[in-house]
Design a protein around this ligand. Structure first.
Ligand code: PEP
Ligand code: MN
Length: 343
């Protein structure tokens, strides 16, 4: 950490900063320049509150040298991490293709969608049993019945399953049925929930909050990693924008940026990012070209009957076409979709 002092800082103020740093258990290193004096801090930066240092008279700014996400950073782990979900491997050249309905609606429908997405090339099945809805009157999901239905459909199709956990009290329940726990955009900074899923050894799909920076996303991943769970896959699903032409603003640059900062795999969700079936294929392909380790797409066999997000669902045939395009683009970059059977 570096403390930059103001141009008109007094000797007494400099001494106070040096004393305060030493009191906090770090070694200060004073450097006087022609125009600016700076103090380098040597030691464990995490003991220090940047805000508190900034409030000291004579201090202009306090800068971190190392990223605050130690475990998620590329420096901590220069090789890409590979996360395993069932037998599917995500990262390091292997990709996830996650597909399924927004919500689990019933056994028959879940089974037929599972079969269709598996045939089309998906390697992980999705479906929400606990749905985070804007309205308390909207369909909230089938709860534990939904988890059972998803599990059975996944087993029958030969696909591992991912589903969202909304509540720290449900982590154990959801972990009993799912191969991967999804933390949704609305809960990306639910630190109690992050800590709870961190205590499990289940892979986690951590979706970027709709107003979260890349730094916020990596700090949330850090919560999970710091609990001992290293199985984290990030997901770019769009952030709030000003243009209603799409549901959210698909931040494809965030994917490439994460690759420069972290070893964690990152996938894209063009369904929630765009909210438009016609924009899902181009954005999925763009995500993959930007370096994504996979794609997450909502698929429904009858969108007009969907309990949630029917407006953005791809039909199985559309998904099959996209899957083939993604496979071919992946080949160009030397990345392939991991087989659900581990072959
Ligand atoms: C979902 O995956 O169905 C979902 C609610 O996504 P998000 O948290 O990204 O809005
Ligand atoms: Mn959805």
């Amino acid at each position: 950490m570096i403390v930059i002092l103001k141009g008109d800082v007094t000797e007494a103020q400099i001494q106070h900063v040096l004393d305060r740093v030493a009191e906090l258990g770090l070694r200060p290193h004073l450097s006087r320049g022609t125009y600016r004096t700076i103090v380098g801090l040597i030691g464990d930066e995490d003991k220090i509150s940047q805000g508190a240092l900034r409030s000291i008279p004579g201090v202009q700014d306090v800068l971190r040298v190392l990223p605050p996400y130690k475990l998620a950073s590329l420096e901590a782990h220069p090789q890409p991490s590979v996360v395993q979900v069932g037998r599917v491997r995500i990262g390091g050249g292997q990709m996830a293709l996650i597909a399924g309905p927004c919500a689990v609606e019933g056994p028959e429908r879940m089974r037929s969608i599972a079969r269709a997405v598996r045939e089309a090339g998906a390697n992980i099945l999705r479906g929400g049993a606990f749905k985070p809805r804007t309205s308390p009157y909207a369909f909230q999901g089938l709860g534990e019945d939904g988890l059972k239905i998803l599990r059975e459909a996944g087993d029958e199709a030969g696909l591992p399953v991912v589903t969202e956990v909304l509540d720290p009290r449900h982590v154990e329940l959801v972990a009993r049925y799912a191969d991967m726990l999804q933390l949704g955009a609305r809960n990306m900074q639910n630190f109690v929930l992050l800590t709870e899923v961190g205590k499990t050894h289940k892979p986690v799909l951590l979706k970027r909050g709709m107003a979260a920076t890349v730094n916020d996303l990596l700090m949330s991943a850090e919560y999970i990693l710091s609990q001992g769970n290293s199985q984290v896959v990030l997901c770019e699903r769009g952030v709030k924008g000003f243009d209603s032409i799409t549901r959210n603003l698909f931040d494809v640059a965030a994917v490439a940026a994460v690759k420069t900062l972290s070893h964690l795999p990152i996938i894209v969700d063009p369904s929630h990012a765009t909210g438009r079936p016609d924009l899902i294929p181009p954005c999925a392909l763009a995500g993959l070209a930007a370096g994504a380790d996979g794609v997450h797409v909502e698929v429904h066999d009858c969108p007009e009957q969907a309990a949630s997000d029917g407006q953005q669902a791809l039909l199985p045939a559309q998904f099959a076409e996209l899957s083939e395009q993604l496979r071919r683009l992946g080949e160009l970059f030397g990345r392939k979709f991991s087989s659900p059977t581990g072959d």
